[in-house]
Ligand binder design. Sequence first.
Ligand code: IMP
Ligand code: MG
Length: 179
Amino acid sequence: MSDKLMSDLKILITEEEIKNKIKSLAKDVENVFEKDEDIYVICVLKGSVMFCADFVKQFNHNIQMEFIRISSYGNETKSTNNLQAIDLTLPNLNNKNVLIVEDIIDTGLTARFLTDMFKIKHQPKKLVFVSLLNKKCARQVNIEPDFYGFEIEDKFVVGYGLDYKGYFRNLPYIAYFPQ
Ligand code: IMP
Ligand code: MG
C-alpha cells in the first residue's frame, strides 16, 4: 500500500487537457520530419509509458518503437541526482531519426545524459526530444526539450505514468499532494 492516499490528491492537469495537448504536440513534432522519413521513437520507461503510447497514436509517420529504462528518483519525491541506467538496449541508430519521449524534465540530468549518450554512441541523423511536462524552475543543468506539453511549478506530481514509490501511474490525469 502507498503511504500517501489517492483521496488527498489535487488534480493539476485533467485527462481532457492531456488529450488535447498531445494532439497538438504530435502535429508540431510531425512537422520536424519529412513525410517519408522513418523514425525511431524511444520511450523512456517507466514514466513515459502513458504519454508515449498516446502520443504515437496521434503521430502520423512511419515509426518504430524502442524502450529504454532509467531511474533517477528511487523512492523519493526529490531527484536523487543519481541516475541508474537499467536498460539501454537499442538497435543501431546510426544516421537514423530519433525521437526521445519523456514524461517530465526536472533537474535536466536525465535529459542531458540521454542527449549526450545518443549523440556520442548512436550519431543519429536527427535527434528530437519531447517531454509532456517541463519543470523549468528545478533545472540543475542547462537543457531544454525541443517540444513540451505543459510547464509546471516545482511540485512533485503523479499520475499518467508518473509515480510516487511505484504507485499512482495508472491515474488518467496529473495530480499533486498539497502541502
Ligand atoms: P531529472 O533527471 O531530474 O530531470 O528527472 C527525470 C526523471 O525523474 C523523470 O523522467 C521522472 O521519471 C522523474 N521525475 C521528475 N519529477 C517528477 C515528479 O514530479 N513526479 C514523478 N517523477 C518525477
Ligand atoms: Mg522519465
